[in-house]
Design a protein around this ligand. Structure first.
Ligand code: F6P
Length: 324
């Protein structure tokens, strides 16, 4: 019989499609083992303020197809301070909660690592469209976001072709270029600008577009990961060098919303169930991860030491070849 009788589940950081499937699987799996579940609203802020509700299977039965997170989320500034983490830990103790399942990205993991120092047992599930948690090959939301970006860029291209323009499309991804790489490759972009690979050389992009123009092409697509370069500046440089009308589209938050793909629902379900499984086995302070398509788990502090992951080099080299 598990020592865990009551758990709290929360979502934190940027919402990601598939988080609801993870919540659902946590609730179902916990109920199956006779554990009580408390849903915490607005991430770590909800732990500090004890903004919670009991959740049972009937509350989550039909949430697989919903985007966002039914528990809401936040990027808690207060949780960066020890006194608030202590307040959150006190709340958990007062309400008899034995463990926390936190679904989120890099910031959520960092918060969890500090939180365990208050004597809390916390298990993380990687949920972020950015796919930037190094210990895992997959983070919930990436597939949906990459598909949303691809669909949007396809539409932008229709207009770009009709007008004979160059479209510069900015996608999300913070410090990681996976959404740009995947959506860029999927839409046959002429150039993809990635944070991991940007060398500051605008000429590589403008020269290759000028060459295509000289060869008789009439429309062009450049996909840029946010935060790497200023997309309007790039568009202006392309215009100056080639004379081609260039337009910028920033895809923004549409990439975070919408119905999760089957992959995000499935991985959310698998990761949620696995989190309860490892808690039931008596494990503490773990993060659920995917490796070679199998579920595994790491110590949360160890997971952070693996934070320097880079883009898959084969995928990157291929993206260059396919945009020649
Ligand atoms: O969720 C990840 C992410 O979408 C990043 O790609 C982006 O930089 C960031 O969140 C934006 O978050 P916020 O909601 O704080 O504007």
């Amino acid at each position: 019989m598990s020592k865990i009788k009551k758990i709290a589940v929360l979502t934190s950081g940027g919402d990601a499609p598939g988080m609801n499937s993870a919540i659902r699987a946590v609730v179902f799996s916990a109920a199956h083992l006779g554990m009580e579940v408390v849903g915490v609203f607005r991430g770590y802020d909800g732990l500090i303020d004890w903004e919670t509700t009991p959740i049972g299977v009937e509350d989550v039965r039909n949430i697989n197809n919903q985007g966002g997170t039914i528990l809401f989320t936040s990027r808690s500034e207060r949780f960066l301070q020890q006194e608030y983490r202590q307040q959150a830990a006190d709340n958990l103790q007062k309400h008899g909660v034995d463990a926390v399942v936190a679904i989120g990205g890099d910031g959520t993991l960092r918060g969890a690592i500090e939180f365990r120092k208050e004597g809390v047992n916390i298990v993380c599930i990687p949920g972020t469209i950015d796919r930037d948690v190094a210990c895992t090959e997959y983070t919930l939301g990436f597939d949906t976001a990459a598909n949303t970006a691809t669909e949007a860029i396809d539409k932008i291209r229709d207009s770009s072709v009709s007008h004979g323009r160059c479209s510069v499309v900015e996608v999300m991804g913070r410090k990681r270029g996976y959404i740009a790489l995947w959506a860029g490759m999927a839409t046959s972009a002429d150039a993809i600008v990635l944070p991991e690979k940007w060398d500051g050389n605008f000429d590589n992009i403008t020269d290759s577009i000028a060459k295509r123009h000289a060869d008789g092409r009439n429309s062009y697509l450049v996909v840029v990961a946010e935060g790497v370069i200023d997309a309007p500046e790039l568009a202006e440089r392309i215009r100056q060098k080639t004379g081609i009308e260039s337009r910028v589209s920033v895809l923004g938050y549409i990439q975070r919303g919408g119905q999760p793909t089957a992959k995000d629902r499935m991985y959310g379900s698998l990761m949620g169930a696995y989190a309860i499984e490892i808690l039931n086995q008596g494990k503490e302070n773990r993060i659920v991860a995917i490796k070679n398509d199998l579920l595994i788990d790491f110590d949360i502090a160890e997971a952070l030491t693996l934070q320097n992951n880079t883009l898959d080099s084969f995928q990157y080299e291929l993206s260059l070849r396919l945009s020649e």
